[in-house]
Design a protein around this ligand. Structure first.
Ligand code: NAP
Length: 353
């Protein structure tokens, strides 16, 4: 039971980009949510006015939930019967559409890159920087607000780094990502390109991995977020895995750390969502595995509702201090699940009343 929340009725929500890879995950995860209920599904003109079943190319493991199957898909216009909207919009249109919703009084919880780095927009990972949320009070949308989620590779990385920063300090990070196909949306990378292959390029991704963590770890002085200074070097690759991003990370710490201290810092890590027992929060945000060949996407991506970050293979690094491998689910922890957790925190902080 989550602390201090008792709702007479569930809060109606809409999903922008409901037919896409992230949108479908929202539909799946919001089924039976204790606080939120889907009332509107919106997508492009290609989909609007069709039933959801007609419009969507559904590729989740379970069938389309019966209560949304026959729902009409709307255009992305701010006349939806809800105040809270989750956005899984393509970034080519998300910036403008999300802004229009916020200007019309909607609370927009977004997965897209467009507003992430703006000074008055929180780039929220509730286990790390829940205090950044109050910067929305300085937004100029009237009753509307925009809150964003980090890039799907960034979320796993920053959760793994946070206990190291708190306990030992952090100077530099080298990260090589192996990113799942679902991260490119649907239909995404063509079968002919992805099969039997690794694509060593994901447009714009390396820049996001090198810059977004600096804002997420930034200190909030009540007016603005002051970025943390850490050197991050990223190389991003697309690999033929359906879901789950793997990242091979090397870190240079500020203080010496024993291996067992690092593992303990990870396994004991918990944040605000765990204290508040938010419905989408993983019980244990980071799990370290001793198995010599873990973490593997197929085996571990769904641990703790797909919201936990799995880590393994911690060993000394001849260049930096330590190296290790992390895994997180890109459309759950890295997108829809993370966004729902953000909205749960917002409800808890009184921003959805
Ligand atoms: P996707 O599968 O391509 O879905 C895009 C969605 O945007 C679809 O619902 C599409 O509707 C809608 N859309 C496209 N053009 C539109 C327009 N002109 N007007 C209104 N709606 C339009 O993409 P995705 O992978 O779900 O990603 C969605 C967003 O989340 C992107 O910004 C992405 O960068 C971000 N993100 C993705 C992941 C991931 O793992 N996939 C993780 C984190 C963040 P139609 O079906 O009608 O075309």
């Amino acid at each position: 039971m989550s602390k201090n929340i008792s709702l007479k009725k569930k809060i109606p929500v809409g999903i922008l980009g409901a037919t896409g890879s992230v949108g479908q995950k929202f539909v799946e995860l919001l089924q039976d949510h204790p606080w939120f209920e889907i009332r509107a599904l919106a997508a492009s003109e290609r989909s609007s006015d069709k039933t959801y079943a007609e419009a969507v190319h559904w590729f989740m493991k379970k069938p389309i939930p019966p209560d949304v199957e026959q729902m009409r898909v709307s255009a992305c216009e701010p006349d939806l019967p809800c105040r809270l909207v989750f956005s899984g919009l393509d970034s080519s249109v998300a910036g403008e559409i999300e802004q229009r919703f916020a200007e019309n009084g909607y609370v927009v919880v977004s997965n897209s890159k467009n507003h992430r780095m703006k000074g008055d927009v929180p780039l929220l990972v509730p286990e790390i920087n829940s205090e950044h949320l109050s910067i929305i009070e300085s937004q100029k949308f009237g009753d509307g607000v925009i809150v964003t989620n980090p890039n799907c590779s960034v979320i796993g990385l920053v959760i793994a780094l946070k206990p190291l920063i708190d306990r030992f300090g952090l100077d530099a990070v080298n990260v090589v990502t192996l990113q799942a196909l679902s991260g490119a949306g649907y239909p995404g990378v063509s079968g002919l390109d992805s099969l039997d292959n690794v694509i060593p390029y994901i447009g714009g991704e390396e820049d996001k991995v090198e810059t977004e963590p600096l804002k997420i770890f930034g200190s909030f002085d009540g007016e603005k977020i002051n970025n943390m200074q850490i050197k991050i070097s990223a190389q991003c690759n697309r690999v033929p895995v359906s879901d789950g991003h793997v990242e091979c990370v090397s870190v240079k710490l500020k203080q010496k750390a024993r291996r067992d201290e690092v593992i303990t810092a990870w396994n004991n890590f918990a944040g605000v969502p765990q204290k508040l027992e938010l419905p989408m929060a993983p019980l244990q945000p980071i799990r370290y595995y001793d198995e010599k060949d873990y973490p593997q996407p197929r085996l571990l991506r769904d641990v703790d509702k797909g919201m936990a970050v799995s880590i393994g293979r911690l060993r000394e690094c001849p260049l930096f201090d330590y190296k290790f491998v992390i895994l997180s689910h890109n459309t759950i922890r890295g997108a829809a699940g993370g966004a729902i957790l953000n909205a749960e925190l917002m409800l808890h902080r009184g921003y959805l009343s």
